[in-house]
Design a protein around this ligand. Structure first.
Ligand code: ATP
Length: 328
């Protein structure tokens, strides 16, 4: 299988090195091909997402993506749309040993990935600017069905739709009504809804009332960072962009320029992201082993500074690899 690897900008490169070092320990016959995209690619080639990179991604079996900085909209948002990876799956799961607000929390955010304000249809004239928020029945039903199927597959009990249909009476109602329709097909899974603002309060005060969250693109982006904060931060939050053909695997975090080059980025999010890729490609046992190795390492108190530890990115990665070898 061919994996298109895009390390990208900032800490993207550092955490990608770690994930590839971990994957390199598994004998899976994966071929990694490296491509450029991001702020540096823009400077070098005049294009943040060079044609060669886009074509290679389309022909690959999966894309492993690090981070893009200022050019994120032209790179990762465009890639998601070009490859029609319509479902952005962002688990927020507390890892044993991580000091966080809600130990034991385990929720999954399913974010619609192709529409909403992320369409990029923005216009400007004489001191004003406006944007078009596209929400369709087709994409809303598709993402709702994806969320319910995920719940069924993972034995989860409830799907919660987040919207603001009392204010955005056309767009959010299309999304809300699609969720309500699809919910009727899944009698064994509970369904409820919250307005996005109230949901943020509940997420902070009582997140255990959530199991699977399904929402539109912009709201999904915001609540997934919020949810990551409940379980220990962006350093441990993985994500997958799932489509019918090629899927893209990227951590929730971005380029984090404030810590780039210091060797202290937490590679956990990227390593767990690569485990999501393994699972998607059918390497279930290997994915579980990678997840266990990360959890064991952290549970043994070996962590990077964002989690209160002292290890550098490379030292933490070595510990994960050592634990992985013991698990084999
Ligand atoms: P984007 O919108 O591109 O996703 P963002 O605005 O969410 O980016 P990030 O760069 O992802 O911002 O991260 C915000 C902050 O979280 C960083 O500045 C950094 O301090 C911290 N952070 C993010 N990822 C990590 C990581 N892997 N390890 C340690 N700290 C991180």
């Amino acid at each position: 299988m061919r994996i298109a690897v895009i390390p990208g900008d900032g800490i993207g490169k550092e955490v990608m090195d770690s994930a590839l070092a971990v994957l390199g320990e598994l004998d899976l016959g994966l071929e990694f091909e490296f491509y450029e995209a991001g702020d540096e690619a823009l400077k070098k080639y005049g294009k943040a997402l060079p044609d060669e990179t886009l074509e290679a991604c389309k022909k690959s079996d999966a894309v492993l993506f690090g981070a893009a900085g200022e050019t994120a909209a032209d790179v990762i948002v465009r890639l998601r749309q070009e490859l029609e990876t319509y479902a952005n799956v962002r688990p927020a799961r507390a890892i044993r040993g991580v000091k966080c607000l809600y130990p034991g929390l385990d929720i999954v955010i399913v974010r619609e990935n192709t529409e909403c304000l992320y369409k990029g249809w923005e216009f400007q004239s004489d001191g004003s600017a406006f944007t078009i928020r596209l929400i369709t029945e087709r994409a809303s039903e598709r993402i709702a069905r994806f969320a319910f199927e995920l719940a069924r597959r993972e034995g989860r009990k409830k799907v919660t739709a987040l919207h603001k249909a009392n204010v955005m009476k056309k767009t959010c109602r299309i999304f809300r009504d699609a969720c309500r329709r699809v919910a009727k097909e899944y009698g064994e899974i509970a369904f409820n809804e919250y307005y996005i603002d109230a949901a943020c309060m509940y997420l902070v005060m009582d997140p255990f009332r959530f199991d699977v969250i399904v929402t539109t693109n912009m709201f999904g982006d915001i609540v997934s960072d919020l949810a990551a904060g409940l379980v220990g931060g962006l350093g441990i939050a993985p994500s997958a962009n799932i489509g019918e053909k090629v899927s893209i695997f990227e951590p929730v975090h971005g380029a984090a320029f404030d810590i780039a080059g210091k060797g202290i980025a937490n590679p956990t999010a990227m390593i767990l992201t690569s485990a999501m890729m393994l699972r998607h490609l059918g390497f279930i046992d290997e994915a579980k082993k990678v997840e266990m190795a990360v959890e064991e390492t952290i549970a043994n108190g070996k962590t990077t500074p964002d989690l209160g530890g002292k290890l550098k990115t490379i030292e933490f990665t070595r510990e994960v690899i050592r634990t992985l070898k013991e698990l084999k």
